[in-house]
Ligand binder design. Structure first.
Ligand code: AMP
Length: 444
């Protein structure tokens, strides 16, 4: 199959040739003809599957071939994304695909000054990529009108709900024209997402692409068990032993990111961190420097790193396991992309056994374990498997104290019930969106 056989026009084919895309990915093969035919879409696909081109290519083609010139402060297509980094990334992809077309594109998001964005919108924009909060601000300040809007795309819809954007989505939905094409992309389909889809989509075509990074053998995954307090030391040891050149590291909390970065920098290691407390410009600069290989280790929280596409990233390290098992798939999806091979290593302590078990159940695999010499944990991490069971073993009988009264720690058995789940940095907010939709007419 070729991109030409999917019905894409020559200016887009030229852009794809420049980018070196030869064959459509499964999500592209399904989405492109459907979007060109004007269908609404509900697609279960995550980052790494090529979904951005799956919606952006046909969108650009429709905008180039039909509809009026964009009026001032207007927008013809809106792509909503959960995070600022994703807004930049999606916009960059759209800009590249649109290289040979007379269409304007732009990205707006919070954390930066709104005035330049208002100025830029004056002329109108064909494709606007936006985070929900800033989009509403711009609308309320009359910098944006939606009467020319013909397509709405919700990218990473599940993440938008997780981050508590359901109210913003409802408010945006209310001010959009009822006649439009709507495409919804989500990694998972919870009840809340299905409800959202039911309200926003009109007779959608459903597309499901298996999570490539779970099924594919391109990402080699394993676990190194260790005591919690020795994780930083183990990380540095593994880094030196494996001569790691470029690593994306995930930590659970903002403090965790800062502490690890500080520790690494203190050892003269070229590391930087991104999390939600940092100003947008700082986050973007760290990311750009990491992409340009000017930073060797980038430590991030899930919020900051969701959906990021970093070319040829060889290694992802889970310094902490994610609270939400699905995030594991997103994290390891940063490596082994577009056919490349990658590695994903998780440093797991006894406290995290239930999180490990949830990941193994979700990904239907038991992650191979390793123990590093000199880092054998005192607090044993109980066995787990893909059935969701934490394999309980009987407690070892306590050894009698030595006559010298020595209190050498002989290792503690941690049963599943003992593993106290750490506090999440972001609590998933699965608010069910409640907004009055009324009947919607299909675009003629
Ligand atoms: P996405 O899932 O949209 O974030 O895309 C993941 C990565 O795959 C991006 O770096 C894209 O540039 C790349 N990509 C998307 N489609 C193709 C394709 N058909 N051939 C080669 N690379 C692709």
């Amino acid at each position: 199959m070729t991109f030409a056989s999917l019905g894409l026009i020559e200016p887009l084919l030229r852009s794809l040739e420049t980018l070196g895309y030869q064959t459509p990915t499964p999500v592209q093969a399904q989405a492109i003809p459907a979007v060109l035919a004007g269908r609404d879409l509900m697609a279960a696909a995550q980052t790494g599957t090529g979904k951005t081109a799956g919606f952006a290519l046909p969108l650009l083609q429709l905008l180039a071939m039909e509809g009026p010139k964009v009026a001032s402060n207007s927008v013809r297509a809106l792509i909503l994304v959960p995070t600022r980094e994703l807004a930049e990334q999606v916009h960059e992809a759209v800009r590249q695909y649109a290289e040979n077309l007379p269409l304007s594109t732009y990205a707006v998001y919070g954390g930066v000054s709104i005035n330049p964005q208002m100025m830029k919108l004056r002329k109108g924009v064909d494709v606007l990529v936006a985070t929900p909060g800033r989009l509403l601000d711009l609308y309320r300040q009359k910098a944006l009108k939606f009467n020319q809007l013909q397509t709405l795309i919700l990218d990473e819809a599940d993440r938008m709900l997780d981050l508590g954007f359901s109210e913003e989505l409802g408010n945006i939905y209310r001010v959009l024209p009822k006649q439009r094409q709507t495409l919804l992309f989500s990694a998972t389909f919870s009840d809340a997402i299905r409800l959202l889809a039911g309200q926003m989509l009109n007779d959608p075509l459903s597309i499901e692409v298996s999570p490539r990074n779970v099924a594919a053998s391109t990402v080699k995954q394993w676990v190194v068990v260790v005591d919690k307090k020795r994780k930083p030391e183990l990380f540095v040891h593994l880094m030196r032993k494996g001569k790691w050149k470029q690593v994306l590291v995930f930590a659970k909390t903002r403090n965790g990111v800062d502490a690890l970065v500080e520790k690494l920098q203190g050892l003269g290691i070229n590391a930087d961190g991104i999390h939600g407390d940092k100003p947008q410009a700082t986050r973007q600069r760290a990311l750009d420097r990491f992409k340009a290989s000017e930073v060797q280790i980038l430590v991030a929280t899930d919020v900051a790193a969701r959906g990021l596409d970093i070319e040829d990233l060889p290694l992802v390290v889970n310094f902490d396991l994610p609270i939400v098992a699905e995030d594991y798939i997103h994290r390891i999806g940063r490596t082994g992309r577009a056919g490349a091979t990658g590695q994903a290593i998780s440093l797991v302590c006894a406290d995290e056994v239930n999180l490990l078990s949830a990941i193994e159940t979700l990904t239907r695999q038991t992650l191979p374990r390793q123990m590093e010499h000199d880092f054998e944990p005192e607090h044993r991490v109980p066995d787990t498997d893909a059935s969701g069971q934490v394999v309980k073993k009987p407690k070892k009988p306590k050894k009698p104290k030595t006559s010298s009264g020595g209190k050498r720690n002989l290792g503690k058995w941690v049963e599943s019930g003992d593993a106290s789940a750490p506090e999440p940095s972001i609590k998933p907010v699965r608010k069910v969106p409640v907004f009055n939709t009324g009947p919607r007419k299909k675009k003629p």
